[in-house]
Design a protein around this ligand. Sequence first.
Ligand code: MSP
Length: 537
Amino acid sequence: MAKEPSFYITTPIYYVNAAPHLGTAYCTILTDVQARFRRLEGYDVKFLTGMDEHGEKVADAAEEHGMTPQQWCDAQAPLFQKLWKTLEISNDDFIRTTEPRQYHAVQYLWERMEESGYLYKGSYDGWYCVPEETYFTENQVRKSDEASHTEGQHLCPDCGRPLERVQEDSYFFKLSAFQDKLLKLYDEHPDFVQPSFRMNEVRSFVAGGLQDLSVSRTSFDWGIPVPFDRKHMTYVWFDALLNYMTAVGYGLDDSKSKEEYAYRWPAQYHIVGKDIIRFHCVIWPAMLMAIGEPLPEHIFAHGFLTVRNKKTGKAEKMSKSRGNGIDPQEVIDFLGVEGYRYYFMTDVEHGEDCAISFERMEQVYNADLANSWGNLVSRSLNMSAKYFDGKVPTIPEGWKSQDNPLQTIAQGICERYCSHMEKFDYAGAKDVAMELIHAANHYIEDTTPWAVAQDPARKDELTSIILNLLESIRIAAHLMTPFMPTTSAEVLCRLSLEDEVGSDETLATLCEWGRLKGDVPAAKGKALFPRLPKLDR
Ligand code: MSP
């Protein structure tokens, strides 16, 4: 087993009721950037994503398409896997809840739950929202009906869609017994839920009182049976949450799995959307407390990507069930994969909702990537190749300790960048990297290397200018790696620094000033980010 500290990070597992859209992809890229960043920090990362394949919503989608649920899931899985590959998602594992490993872990969970004394048999009579796979009490539904003046049909208090009346035998999890323990957890670990305003929401929800949760269903059969009462199917969320532990060997008896579980669990981060915080910040920790397993360290909740409803003019969540999702391919065609990643990661404040706009994508791409980063790389490499015979200049003694404004900015840049990245403040981290890029572009204007090159007596000066520029590019490429891994690798290769691509060294080491290699080929290459044509939408 690896010696480095483990960093285990997960996305939610996605329902396979429809193809992934920009919102789904957003959550996965957000997690990917953190995983890539932590690998650069030196952690031994395990990054898990996957698919949530049971439940009524998936069974309904299968029926609509004239398939069995399993056939439907098998047809959907490649859509997700292919998209993740295209978007350069670096997950180490991909879990599907229909896999035998999940079946096994869920069986094991039921047995532990039964032993725990927090499980009892009863019957459920209440409301169920199929698109959200969530139970609602009479009280919650009445309140929301009063607020929205609906008559006849009862609507989901969360998503506003029609509810189903459910009456069935069920096992219940004594969630109500965990109110005090959860409040204590939130008090003792104020960063358990991030950002902090989400923690406040969770705390006040729990402080308002908790109801026991129905965790099995008998009126419906697409799920994992309860081992000691097989006409009961596991409630889809009880099944789904466990995926995080299944993937690291929970419930397996062999020594390798036990070792892995001890090494990987608890997870450092579950990344989730704000709509599913109650499941992750209330139900999941309570389940773990019941069975005596360690709790995840942090839950980070992001906001929604929204689109404007053409009828009402209001921003609404992009969603598979609502059918208003934008196909990621549209943005890939527009910005390229790396431009896509850069835009969604650095122009969205990750705890908040964000309205999608192609105009804004164009602005950000042209300003940051085409005009600043891409332009800097192209100008600097062009000048190096032109004035130094296709090469990076030979490095004179003492160059790296010469004073210059770019080195001053590069000093401590990695620490500043990391402190933003660790807080999921990707925009702040990007600003830090951009300081160096903007300063390097100004440095070109200030030092006018094309004029210096006219005078053979100023060759040493020209050498220093070009080296300072190329060194800044090298460092900026490392800082951009989590957002745009392919272009960063390309920049390093153009500097003949292939050995710095995917290197085992930490980001702090890679960002030290003065690692540039001299007298090696400097490749001009094609424009990394060609300017976008004027939008025609
Ligand atoms: N299957 C459950 C999660 C189980 S995790 C143990 C689920 N699936 S989902 O497919 O509906 O949503 C998965 C994630 O995608 C959620 O975190 C949700 O917030 C996110 N998003 C879905 N639409 C989104 C947007 N429009 N914007 C941002 N994220 C969105 O819930």
